[in-house]
Design a binder for this molecule. Structure first.
Ligand SMILES: [Cu+2]
Length: 162
């Protein structure tokens, strides 16, 4: 492992405390990175992946994903490139139907909830986000925007893993 150089490093000797902090942080990041969820696991940006583009935007009174169905082969790592072409913030949250429902209920109580768990993106207007995900199980999963009101206006898509 290379020497830890943090933002407060002077380029010289790194304090033992900084090394411990870095080590603990890396261990946590590592553990999270390998957490297996029902719909797969965190992807590794250094490994080959298939790129899937998803556009999020408003469409009259609706809010949509294009496409709203994505087919994936079991074991594939997908690099999702998500463009928000709308004028509101939108999210791209991967999960099971159950996850999305319970998450939507939590969001209604706490609308400012931010997601940074490796399978969710919040993308501002006219911006792009990216995430890597490996689908390890066959089944039907979903992606949705859980900003209150958006799911109801149509922001939900289906991922079919074969
Ligand atoms: Cu949205």
């Amino acid at each position: 492992m290379s020497r830890f150089v943090g933002p407060d490093s002077t380029g010289g000797v790194v304090s033992p405390a900084a090394v411990v902090v870095a080590f603990v942080w890396l261990s946590i990041a590592h553990a999270l990175g390998h957490e297996a969820l029902a719909f797969g696991e965190h992807g590794d940006p250094n490994k080959p992946s298939r790129t899937v583009h998803v556009v999020m935007r408003e469409d009259g009174s609706k809010m949509i994903y294009v496409p709203d169905t994505i087919e994936v082969k079991k074991g594939d790592q997908i690099r999702f490139v998500v463009d928000n072409e709308g004028l509101f913030n939108h999210e791209f949250i991967l999960g099971t139907t159950h996850d999305i429902r319970s998450h939507a209920a939590a969001m209604k109580k706490n609308p400012d909830m931010k997601h940074d768990d490796g399978h969710s993106l919040t993308v501002g207007m006219l911006s792009r986000g990216e995430l890597h995900w490996r689908f390890t199980r066959a089944g039907r999963f979903v992606y949705a925007c859980l900003i209150p009101g958006h799911l109801e206006r149509g922001m939900k898509g289906t991922i079919v893993v074969k």
